[in-house]
Design a protein around this ligand. Sequence first.
Ligand SMILES: CC(C)(COP(=O)(O)OP(=O)(O)OC[C@H]1O[C@@H](n2cnc3c(N)ncnc32)[C@H](O)[C@@H]1OP(=O)(O)O)[C@@H](O)C(=O)NCCC(=O)NCCS
Length: 231
Amino acid sequence: MDDHAVIAGSVTIRPYHTSDRDALRRISCATAFLGLPLSLFVDDDVIVADILTRYYTDFEPRSCFVAVVGNTVVGYIIGSTDTKKARQIFMRQIMMPALWRAVRKGIFLKKNALRFLRHLMVSVIKGEFRDPDFSRLYPATLHINIDKNFHRHRIGSKLIARYLEYLQNDHIAGVHLGTISSSAKEFFIKNGFSLLYSGRRSYLCYITKDIANYYILGKNSQNKLTYDILP
Ligand SMILES: CC(C)(COP(=O)(O)OP(=O)(O)OC[C@H]1O[C@@H](n2cnc3c(N)ncnc32)[C@H](O)[C@@H]1OP(=O)(O)O)[C@@H](O)C(=O)NCCC(=O)NCCS
């Protein structure tokens, strides 16, 4: 049996427990910003992990699942069945305290964070974050991350299958997500998602030397709506 089959056979997908929180947050930091070192952006893992995961683990844990090999969490899918409500809670209860922590810790006075923020603001001003809202036809959302040592062992596909089953049992009409990773786009298409929208994001260009595409992908029972405004 090859490595692929051994790992795929030994992985368990199960609901998230609070005891998984630290491992999940660690994976989120390691895979954030296309896996680039976090120190390029900000010297505070707590802020990054809070922004990426805290809404889901602390406010909607029933929509979170983990992949476990042995006793180790090697990946997760976290989401919300109601993107609009999640956004509101995120802004008030996650983003505000995270900004406050950044101010208290003097994060915005550091060179790396200032540089990142400057590029992010330019990207916002250029309108790159003005994406269409798919939450009416695809009310749920998700984020998925696998430890890089466990990629391409079907763990992501198993997590997606489990999450879709959960949404179906809850009678949720559809799910959408955004990503700047073109390999993640291929993964979602392979898992039956449709490309709903393509935009651009230039805020990482000062590091990657490339303007990234930003993809929104979705899946519902019909997958009829497709929307592409990339030039
Ligand atoms: C994207 C991700 C979740 C995929 O998980 P995975 O367990 O490695 O994927 P799977 O093994 O289930 O892949 C299933 C199929 O998807 C496609 N696929 C997966 N990763 C791919 C890649 N890097 N490039 C191209 N296609 C890919 C392939 O068709 C693959 O089948 P194959 O291996 O037989 O060719 C994982 O790579 C990851 O966590 N990436 C970093 C974080 C991220 O980009 N998250 C998504 C944004 S929310």
